[in-house]
Design a protein around this ligand. Structure first.
Ligand SMILES: [Zn+2]
Length: 267
């Protein structure tokens, strides 16, 4: 028995032609190539989004879920002070997403979900899916994986607020669970940059309502926001499984939406 493939790029055109458009959701992982402290690799954000997307694709049973080639790069201007970051302009990121959807739409695909792994993409993602709705007539839900499991992050997090910001307790735990060979804990340090205001705190559990990004080179010691020393493989497993579960539920729960509900009349 052969397992069904979940990677879009591993199918032939004839296999893609046979897909049931009404029962196929295409998940697009987005992330960043961005410095994540001296202890994590620069692919952290896209790796997590892709790994979660693949697990979701294997997990959902009421439809076929395929993972599109991940969009590796995001917008990371506030990380460019460290070597390793490759940052796209907002419009480049939008254009990659637009061109992806514009290529798939003429072949009848209309069920999409963006699974994002990089906080710095959120504003642009919102604008991008709005533009796609306007110009291509398809509604594309976009989520950031940590936003689906705020309750779990609060439950497992041991650091004070500010400890789960970037290359932190959460992201280091995920790396220890998913790929410990890529983590160098001997390089990890507690790095809690001063926040410009009490309302602009950067933490996956409780983000401030004022969005004032830090310049990591200027404001942090080593490109970290938080406390990676509290990271564990067990926390990573809990966080990963919770995100996979919630996002799977969301996709399963969208199965009843029809083409009429996910597109505008201009489709
Ligand atoms: Zn990150």
């Amino acid at each position: 028995m052969s397992m069904q493939r979940i990677e879009w790029e591993k199918l032939s055109w004839s296999q893609i032609a046979e897909l049931d458009r009404d029962a196929t959701t295409i998940v697009i992982p987005t992330g960043a190539i961005e410095q994540h402290g001296p202890h994590l690799t620069v692919d952290t954000d896209i790796y997590n989004a892709d790994a979660i997307s693949r697990a979701v694709a294997r997990n959902v049973s009421n439809q076929r879920v395929l993972v599109a080639p991940p969009i590796w790069w995001g917008t990371s201007p506030h990380h460019l002070g460290f070597p390793g970051t490759i940052s796209l302009k907002n419009e480049t990121f939008t254009n990659i997403l637009m061109d992806t959807i514009a290529s798939l739409k003429p072949h009848g695909f209309y069920r999409f979900l963006i699974v994002n792994g990089h906080g710095g993409n959120i504003g642009n993602l919102t604008a991008s899916v709005s533009k796609i709705g306007e110009e291509l007539g398809i509604s594309i839900p976009a989520l950031s994986y940590w936003q689906t499991i705020t309750d779990v992050l609060i439950a497992v997090g041991e650091s004070e607020i500010g400890g789960m910001g970037h290359a932190c307790e959460m992201e280091t735990s995920l790396a220890l669970y998913l790929r410990p060979e890529d983590v160098d804990m001997s390089q990890a340090i507690i790095d809690m940059p001063n926040q410009p205001t009490p309302w602009s705190c950067i933490d996956f559990r409780q983000p401030g309502f004022l969005n004032i990004p830090l310049d990591l080179k200027r404001d942090s010691k080593a490109g970290i926001i938080g406390n990676p020393l509290l990271a564990t493989k067990e926390k990573g497993e809990t966080i990963f499984n919770a995100a996979v579960d919630r996002i799977s539920q969301a996709i399963s729960g969208m199965a009843h939406l029809t083409k009429r509900e996910l597109t505008t009349s201009r489709y």
